[in-house]
Write a protein that binds this ligand. Sequence first.
Ligand SMILES: *Cc1c(COP(=O)(O)O)cnc(C)c1O
Length: 410
Amino acid sequence: MATINANFLKLKAGYLFPEIARRVRAYSEANPAQASRIIRCGIGDVTEPLPAAAVEAMRAGVEELGRRETFKGYGPEQGYEFLRQAIVEHQFAGLGISADEVFISDGSKCDTGNILDIFGQGNIIAITDPVYPVYVDTNVMAGNTGDADAKGTYAGLLYLPCHPANGFVAAVPNEHADLIYLCFPNNPTGAVASRAQLEAWVAYAREHDAILLFDAAYEAFIQDPAIPHSIFEIEGAHECAIEFRSFSKNGGFTGVRCGYVIIPKSVTGSDGMGGRVPLNQLWSRRHSTKFNGASYPVQKAAAAIFSEAGKAQVAGLIDHYMGNAKLLREACTAAGLSVFGGVDAPYVWVACPAGLSSWDMFDKMLSEAQVVITPGSGFGSAGEGFFRISAFNSRSNVEEVCRRLLALLG
Ligand SMILES: *Cc1c(COP(=O)(O)O)cnc(C)c1O
């Protein structure tokens, strides 16, 4: 008899995005005349084509694989040296990170989920609420939680509520935690953490012998020069933090797939018997056992993001999306709504009109304006009463969404 991992049975059936898709499908079938008007600002996926520098490099990489003289088979599991070196030079200059502390992967979703492989059972896990659902669900699968209640809150997790009063940046808790997930700029709230707030988290982690799992997938969207892009800008983080980065949102690689993890060799965990083990070594073992490297043309394309042309093209993409975010912020404000985020992040986080729940607002926007948003409650119970609008769209779609928002609520 093959038994299953019964932790999977604890997962809430209606994962957010399938439920959104189900409601959009049901609406389209019932209202075929309106279906073509639907504009999707729901799922956080990029819309603009790849930077030309990445396309060119990927094409050249494929050509190399197509010739006997330059053909390559399996590459290093950790990623090619040319990409790891480019990352160190262009993203972590002066931050004391070396190429053997960089692990290339096929994306951050996998990395943030897989990282649990190297941690033991019984850790106290802290997550912010609302949160990127991957952090929660992977802990459920790993057996780090109890059951969920009706609101989808799992027993055994330490939830750190984020709301307007704390600017959607959780303060360090009074309780002990062993692993803390932080995501800045934040998905879904668009909040960023100041240097002082990150310093407080590093101090907490050092005091509690905890590890910060820092997801910086949106660092390229930071506009304010005072906001740190990396946790390793904070002194002491090299002993207590792991950082996740991705080419998905800056380079538009959501369909190409490339990300990376930074694990300084000085970050260690307890073996439970008084010894300390470097996490870099464990992850290296895990990565080379379960992963065979990201594809060569993809790594060539990723490295091209750091060329002069690539940097200029990425800056153009960021400007485009942040211009969208500004328009969405202005339209929501003009419609009388309380607006957060969207300044250093491509997500605008909005309080629902009085009396409407997150899903009420979702249904209203879909049925009366044919605009798909993301209900805040899908990211955790503290997200109830809010909705997320993604700035990942064409300018004309965003302008139309703004017009419809004002017509609906203004
Ligand atoms: C989009 C996103 C990522 C990146 O995921 P990939 O698997 O690299 O595409 C990571 N973290 C968060 C919070 C995200 O929203």
